[in-house]
Design a protein around this ligand. Structure first.
Ligand code: FES
Length: 577
């Protein structure tokens, strides 16, 4: 498709910095020359920011320094002027208390980096969980042409010939170690073999889910989501994205031209079809909010009910992202789902989603099933409501033991993570396989930052009896690589006095996933008595970013954005003087 020029050089943001005959423009030009560039490098060309979340505290992004060079190659080829701009890297394995505390900070940084500098278009380099929504939320709010390059999944893990998947097999073998089913030597072998290359977690965790949803939303090149990080197709994808962003600047194709209610519906369909991460629910709601689109949890449930689950990847299935890519990858998946998608939604390619996936085909139907022979006729996600979650909660149906999806049992309550860690393995804990484990103070304000504590560990004494799943309920999140009958994102959260705060040991809780219900079977009079006695905990922060986070973060059903960042109201361009 040829470039449809809607802009001239004089229209570009960067022309305001470089093009004038005044003292300020002299400064901008002379300081660009200070870096060894000549006028020929930038004159008449769009300035393209490569927003790079590379960091040595983020192993998933270890290759992004070289990828930035490969993006630059494409930008130069297409007649742009590339500039690399580092942004905060949210390395999931290391950051405490949780990367989610900082997603909105990366979003703010991305937006303001692009606004304050002479940038005409942006290539966003990220992939590790929260870096995807963080970069995209900022780019959507800034609303200049932007394209996302996912870091790509790492290679399959290997231990003595056994294939290992990020996260999922950690939880599995950790439970086996605790139950005495494997040795410390085995555990060491797993440590050596589970992360064999750079790239993101290669199960269908948050990173893989968000990469696929980003492509489905139309914000990265077609086929980008599944290319393995260590595959030579990945640097070629980076260069192609560099070439395409220059065209997008001339075409004036911006994120909010691409995003629509239909494109978010498409993303929710894809999320259910892949059995994707529950984290994506929070991120999609927040991203839609930045585009001025109100995305309700009820939409997730409505689309889940009519979307077949067709991707056979761990933690809900068998395979890993490499297998998914070789089976046809994200393009084949979307082609397979064409009867469920709004194919007229737009993409960064300049055309429609239908055009982007035309001709793609599945080459391994055990990995990507046909919609006629799905793994499950409904989607992987359910939104629950009821007296315990008036504003909603999320459960990943495909990751739970089916018998637990309709369950009735007494609560075993932990007031916070430390309480849980101190008592969960106590041999005297009054817990049976039918108990419902409840964790409070794991939500956006309570965590703080809504950590991934929602897959509560099972009590050791039950593990030894062979128990491998129980109903667990919290206002926290769960890693996309985790599994189990875990009810997550309960809203309102306990730290603000939601009903979860009022649960006591022994209270009966009823989960009915099919009816989409989560209820606390305690009389209204008793709950009212407990509500009057309830007191909020002291705030953990009195200053700094943490204080701002607590003051402005919204609840899980609203996407956990900051209230002052929501919406698409215009923000003035900086004056240049
Ligand atoms: Fe980075 Fe999983 S830890 S993607």
């Amino acid at each position: 498709m040829g470039v449809r020029r809607h802009k001239t050089y004089a229209d570009l943001r960067s022309a305001r910095w470089y093009g004038a005959k005044d003292l300020r423009a002299f400064g901008h030009r002379s300081r660009t020359k200070q870096m060894g560039f000549s006028r020929q490098d930038w004159e008449g060309k769009p300035v393209i920011a490569i927003v790079n979340t590379w960091s040595e505290m983020n192993p998933c992004h270890a290759h992004l320094r070289t990828r930035a060079e490969e993006v630059k190659r494409g930008v130069w080829q297409a007649g742009g002027f590339p500039v690399e701009m580092p942004a905060m890297s949210l390395g999931e394995p290391f950051m405490k208390p949780t990367t989610m505390l900082y997603r909105n900070l990366l979003a703010m940084e991305t937006e303001e980096l692009l606004r304050a500098n002479p940038i005409d278009g942006a290539v966003l380099l990220g992939g590790c969980d929260k870096t995807v929504p963080g970069l995209l939320m900022g780019a959507i709010s800034m609303n200049i042409p932007a394209i996302f390059v996912p870091a790509g999944p790492m290679l399959r893990g290997n231990w003595n010939g056994v294939t290992l998947g990020s996260g999922s097999d950690v939880w599995k073998y950790w439970a086996d170690l605790r139950a005495g089913a494997i040795t410390e030597d085995d555990w060491q072998g797993i440590e050596d073999g589970i992360a064999r290359s750079f790239g993101t977690c290669m199960t269908m965790g948050t990173a893989s889910s968000m990469a696929i949803l980003t492509e489905t939303l139309g914000l990265s090149l077609s086929g980008a989501a599944s290319v393995p990080a260590a595959d030579s197709n990945h640097p070629r994808l980076a260069s192609a994205s560099g070439r395409r962003i220059v065209e997008m600047v001339w075409e004036d194709l911006k994120p909010r031209d691409i995003l629509s209610a239909d494109s978010f519906d498409n993303a929710i369909v894809a999320l259910n079809a892949i059995g994707g991460s529950t984290n994506a629910v929070v991120h999609l709601v927040a991203m839609a909010g930045r585009a001025g689109i109100a995305l309700l949890l009820s939409r997730f449930d409505a689309l889940s009910r009519r979307t077949p689950f067709i991707v056979n990847l761990r933690p809900s299935g068998q395979y890993l992202m490499e297998d998914f890519h070789y089976a046809g990858g994200s393009r084949a998946l979307l082609a397979q789902l064409k009867d469920h998608l709004r194919l007229d939604a737009r993409t960064v390619m300049g055309g429609t989603l239908g055009e982007a996936v035309a001709g793609a085909r599945v080459v391994n139907e055990d990995v990507i099933r046909s919609t006629a022979k799905p793994l499950r006729s409904e989607g992987g996600m359910a939104i629950l409501k009821g007296s315990l979650a008036p504003d909603g909660a999320v459960i990943k149906l495909t990751a739970a033991e089916p018998r637990l999806l309709k369950h009735h049992g007494p609560a075993v309550v932990f007031e916070d993570y430390n309480d849980m860690a101190a008592r969960i393995d106590d041999e005297n804990l009054a817990v049976t396989p039918d108990s419902v484990l409840v964790l409070k103070n794991a939500g956006p304000k309570g965590g703080p930052g809504m950590p991934e504590w929602g897959q509560l560990p099972l009590p050791k004494k039950l593990l030894r009896q062979g128990v491998r799943d129980m109903v667990r309920i919290s206002d926290g999140r769960m890693s996309g690589t985790s599994y189990g009958a875990c009810v997550l994102h309960v809203a309102p959260e306990s730290a603000v006095g939601g009903p979860l705060a009022l649960v006591s040991d022994g209270d009966l809780i009823e989960l009915d996933a099919d009816a989409r219900r989560l209820d606390l079977l305690v009389s209204p009079e008793e709950l009212e008595r407990r509500r009057r006695a309830w007191k909020p905990r002291p705030a953990p922060y009195a200053r700094g970013f943490g204080e701002m986070f607590l003051a402005h973060v919204t609840q899980a059903d609203k996407g956990c954005d900051f209230d002052f960042l929501e919406g698409a109201a215009p923000t003035p361009e900086p004056e240049i003087h």
